[in-house]
Design a protein around this ligand. Structure first.
Ligand SMILES: C[S@@+](CC[C@H](N)C(=O)[O-])C[C@H]1O[C@@H](n2cnc3c(N)ncnc32)[C@H](O)[C@@H]1O
Length: 278
């Protein structure tokens, strides 16, 4: 028998997902949702969506099942050195500005947050860039915090093991230096792995966001495109608070932080706009 999800059930699930994760599912995504829901219903050996909704409401007190369901819904597409131009402006412009400013005040800390890090390609890319660009990096106290809502993808990120398509844009000499390679499998080296701390953080949960503060750089690329205007603004407003003065924010190249929160200032670097907190 073919699994069906009616519009009312879809709306109830979509509301739940929105409240929990800030992600807005439009009705055109009904089949996407139905496919993943069918798997969860089978895994729990339930009869239908009504039973599943009841399970979430009355039996899932710790939220484990809702988390499983969310894990199955997230879009985790990512790869190393994604959006190369934007990373160039980080590597050659904003990073230099922060490093020079901190050197002049004797502050040797660098704090970076990759929010919505998926399987780790983004924070590991940032770590490689720091290795390449910051002189005497060993003298700096570097923290790269990488977070995601999806527990399964965080586990993958911690392993740091990738297929060829994830590393297709890695410059060849970095591939040799920062990966070990065997039978088409690429493993990130321990020196890079140790620079990144992975955390489970839901960007729609105010309580979880509150301690995330004092960053010099925040990367949240290709994450907020799944949020609606209201939940996107809440997250970007937090990023403003969470950045140190002079700190930079990187959203996806089609997303403009200052359009979401006009307090962010814009500078032009080479052929890219960079956004920062004054
Ligand atoms: C398309 S990936 C982007 C990965 C990487 N930032 C990049 O640009 O390549 C989007 C990630 O955002 C995560 N995500 C979606 N909603 C989230 C939320 N409410 N809190 C935290 N992470 C979330 C997803 O689990 C997914 O791994």
């Amino acid at each position: 028998m073919r699994f069906e999800l009616d519009v009312d059930e879809f709306e109830r699930l979509a509301d739940l997902i929105y409240q929990k994760a800030g992600i807005r599912f439009e009705q055109k995504k009904i089949y996407y949702l139905a496919k993943r829901l069918e798997k969860r219903i089978a895994a729990l050996d339930l009869a239908n969506t009504e039973e599943y909704l009841r399970h979430l409401k009355f039996r899932d007190h710790q939220g484990y099942e809702l988390q499983e369901f969310l894990n199955s819904l997230t879009v985790n597409e990512t790869y190393f050195f994604r959006d190369f131009n934007q990373l160039l402006s980080f590597a050659e412009f904003s990073l230099d500005q922060i490093v020079e400013r901190k050197k002049s005040t004797g502050d040797q800390t660098l704090r970076i947050w990759s929010a919505g890090c998926s399987s780790g390609e983004e924070p590991y890319t940032i770590a490689i860039i720091l290795k390449e660009m910051v002189e005497n990096l060993q003298r700096w106290n570097v923290e790269i915090i990488a977070s995601d809502i999806d527990l399964n993808i965080l586990e993958k990120a911690r392993q740091g093991v990738y297929m060829r398509r994830s590393v297709k844009d890695v410059p060849p000499d970095y591939l040799t230096r920062y990966f070990t390679q065997k039978a088409g499998i690429f493993k990130i080296t321990d020196e890079i792995k140790e620079m990144v701390t992975f955390k489970h953080i839901n960007l729609s949960d105010r309580k979880q966001l509150r301690p995330c503060r004092d960053f010099d750089f925040i990367f949240c690329r290709n994450v907020l495109i799944y949020f609606d205007t209201i939940s996107r603004k809440k997250v970007v407003d937090h990023y403003y608070l969470a950045l140190n003065n002079g700190g930079f924010i990187f959203l996806g190249s089609s997303e403009s932080p200052s359009r979401i929160n006009p307090a962010f200032k814009i500078k032009k670097s080479a052929n890219h706009m960079v956004y920062y907190k004054e």
